[in-house]
Design a protein around this ligand. Sequence first.
Ligand SMILES: [Zn+2]
Length: 108
Amino acid sequence: MSVATIKKNDTVICTRGISAGKTGKVLAVDRTKGRALVEGLNLVKKALRKSQDNPQGGIVDKEASIALANVRPFCPECKRGVRLRRRLDGDRRVRVCSSAGCKHVFDR
Ligand SMILES: [Zn+2]
């Protein structure tokens, strides 16, 4: 399943919800909940209480977690969301774009 292949710092594309079609960088993955926090995706308005940092209080945009099923790894060569395959590179397991003819490697 593609769920296990998304890691922190990956670029993913959102396939569903208000951010569908947008890409962003994965900030955190919660495997037990099957959700990820992605920079700039799935923004919600969050009301802030007045504090020292923010004396006025107010409303800010903040990322809400998004189900891993609704994001895909974004391949910079295919320019779209793809599925990944695992491949042995020497003695290392790397994640590779699964499209025919594309050999983009996601792990450096
Ligand atoms: Zn690709």
